[in-house]
Design a protein around this ligand. Structure first.
Ligand code: ADQ
Length: 475
């Protein structure tokens, strides 16, 4: 079998890179002599036209350079200030600038050139996430005929949402150059098929494949999972090591764990908890919310704003309800070691996972995996997380409805043990069956199948690649 070449914006670092994705792919990378390619940790003045070997680690890693200017425009700009809000239904936050688009294309073109230098004919390529949407298009332009799959970790925007992008049609064309486009949830497949029909003029064929001229691709949902058994073991051992005082016999703990991102619905969550305390005085001093939110993407305007908003909201709820023995919200604004996090999930009675929009949301799955089967906690989950499609036994909520979330918190805190166990068993069965190993195997075998059903790439190469115009109207 040929090598697996994984390409993502970030390269997994360190001698023992952690995280479900890497754990899942490590096996196949090692077995096939595969390579992971991602950006170098530090920016350089003049990006090199070569890949750099990253020493150590269980599989081969190569990095590509970015200049400070590219980091600003390709990464912070086009990826995080344009595509991220667009894909999370926040068109009001998108910044459309021609320099962002130019840097995005330049970087993707360079990555393709670099990948082409090491590519063997039987390599399979797996491209990850929205930073690299045009990569297959660029590789094809260089003559690569290898199987190329793409997985989008975020939601896919609605056909209407896609029109907030000045080159939505071009994006559809980029996707058509992949053999397989993997999305998190069925709702994303519906959006992508609709968008590609509306903006790209693509057709959905009887065999389920999309066709646009001579191009053909398969779009399907592959809901990502976690390393469930490993996480469950970790939680069980770490629970006993938690510092004294975290678990109080007379107090229930709710937990929220999210990067500090506007898509995660944190202000709405804090306000809903405030509403709960206002309406349920008997719960004062008997429940607290531990919210762990490490900073991300600092320096991007929308992220600075959410940090300020949360600090003021948690201060307001605590100012109104706290007394000398009880602080309703404990808000921790830094990363916590994964082990401790696992123990904390197990100590919590309720997991509050209420994003406004989320590709999947692995915290929901980690919370379930971490529970004690004899006395499990309750998961409150937003309908707008991709995970909601698989986790119907959770208490599903609309995060915009603060009174509704407040009522659901009461239901969770008072749920009898037998119902908690019934719901948990259903949830755990799903999280175990569709774990991250299932996910990577499902994607890679679908990639093999999709290649067999694809149009011969040699025919496609005769057609000149369609280039749409660069966006105008810089903000
Ligand atoms: P994220 O938006 O980062 O991922 P999520 O799926 O919840 O969201 O994953 C977050 C990960 O970071 C979890 O493993 C969690 O344990 C960890 N984490 C969060 N806060 C932490 C803290 N304070 N300290 C340490 N670790 C912390 C994107 C998409 C998601 C999609 C994933 C995977 O936005 O929708 O589920 O990719 O595809």
């Amino acid at each position: 079998m040929g090598r697996l070449i994984c390409i993502s914006n970030r390269i997994p670092l360190g001698p023992n890179p952690s995280g479900g994705l890497v754990v899942a792919l490590q096996d196949v990378l090692e077995r096939t002599g595969g390579i992971w390619i991602g950006s170098a940790a530090e920016t350089v003045e003049e990006p090199a036209e070569t890949l750099t070997e990253v020493e150590g680690g269980p599989f081969r890693r190569l990095s590509f350079d970015l200049s400070a200017d590219e980091k600003e425009n390709y990464y912070a700009g086009h990826s995080n200030s344009m595509l991220w809000p667009l894909f999370h239904d926040r068109a009001d936050l998108i910044e459309i600038r021609s320099e962002y688009y130019d840097a995005y294309r330049t970087v993707n073109r360079r990555i393709a050139r670099l990948v082409a230098t090491i590519l063997k004919p039987d390599d399979r390529i797996w491209v990850h996430d929205f930073h690299l949407l045009p990569l297959a298009h660029e590789l094809r332009a260089l003559g690569a005929k290898n199987p190329v799959g793409f997985f989008l970790h975020t939601p896919f925007p609605t056909p209407l949402g896609l029109q907030a992008m000045p080159y939505g049609a071009e994006l559809c064309h980029w996707l058509m150059e992949y053999d397989l486009v993997g999305l998190q949830a069925e709702r994303d497949v519906v959006h992508a098929v609709g968008g590609m029909q509306l903006l790209g003029g693509a057709e959905l064929q009887d065999d389920g494949r999309m066709r646009m001229g001579a191009l053909s691709t398969r779009i399907a949902a592959f809901p990502i999972g976690i390393d469930t058994d490993d996480f469950a073991r970790l939680a069980a051992t770490q629970f006993d090591l938690l510092p004294q005082g975290i678990v109080k016999p007379t107090r229930q703990m709710m937990i929220g764990v999210d990067r500090l991102d506007y898509s995660k619905g944190l202000p709405q969550r804090f306000r809903a908890f405030g509403t709960f305390l206002e309406r349920n005085e008997e719960w004062h001093r008997h429940v607290s919310l531990l919210q762990i939110s490490p900073p991300t993407r600092e320096g991007v305007k929308a992220y600075d704003a959410i940090r300020d908003e949360l600090e003021s909201l948690s201060g307001r709820v605590n100012g109104r309800f706290a007394d000398i023995t009880w602080q309703p919200i404990r808000y921790i604004h830094r990363p916590i070691p994964r082990d401790t996090l696992a123990g904390l999930y197990r100590a919590a009675h309720v997991g509050l996972v209420t994003p406004l929009m989320d590709g999947m949301n692995l915290v929901a799955k980690e919370f379930v995996a971490a529970q004690n089967p004899d006395d499990p906690g309750v998961l409150i989950l937003s309908r707008f997380a991709g995970a909601a499609e698989q986790m119907e036994a959770a208490l599903l909520v609309n995060p915009h409805d603060e009174q509704g979330v407040s009522d659901t918190i009461l239901t969770a805190l008072t749920m009898p043990r037998h119902e908690r166990q019934e719901r948990w068993e259903l949830l755990m069965a799903g999280v175990q069956a569709q774990d991250v190993h299932w996910w990577s195997e499902a994607f890679l075998s679908a990639l093999d199948g999709a290649v067999e059903g694809a149009v011969d790439r040699a025919t496609q190469a005769e057609e000149p690649p369609q280039e749409a115009e660069a966006p105008t109207g810089a903000a």
